[in-house]
Design a protein around this ligand. Sequence first.
Ligand code: 5GP
Ligand code: ZN
Length: 112
Amino acid sequence: MECVFCKIARGEIPAHKVYEDEEFVAFRDINPQAPTHILIIPGKHIESLSSVAEEDRELLGKLLWVAKRVADELNLKKGYRLVINTGPDGGQEVLHLHVHLLGGRALAWPPG
Ligand code: 5GP
Ligand code: ZN
């Protein structure tokens, strides 16, 4: 079975996209945990942060840059949180590298 985020990146299943370029897509999470909850993904299928190779160091930098740009666009003036759930203990459910951008309310710490 093809990965759901690969399908979203290719436009094969619908998503509310808020940003898209040649390498990355950002779209609204289907089950938002905050007033603003966006997922930023590379179009390239990489399973998780733990499986990123050295050749993808530049991609990682750009991924964070896109997250920052999207946060700016969405006017999250009071701040926000970026999260990369990684592996089973990290609570990762979709095995395609993604950054959660959460904002629009004060977020608790530590996470559960
Ligand atoms: P993870 O737990 O892997 O870090 O987060 C996966 C996220 O993807 C979850 O917050 C979940 O709500 C979201 N998600 C899963 N399937 C879909 C989908 O088909 N569309 C959208 N927009 N979000 C999805
Ligand atoms: Zn994928």
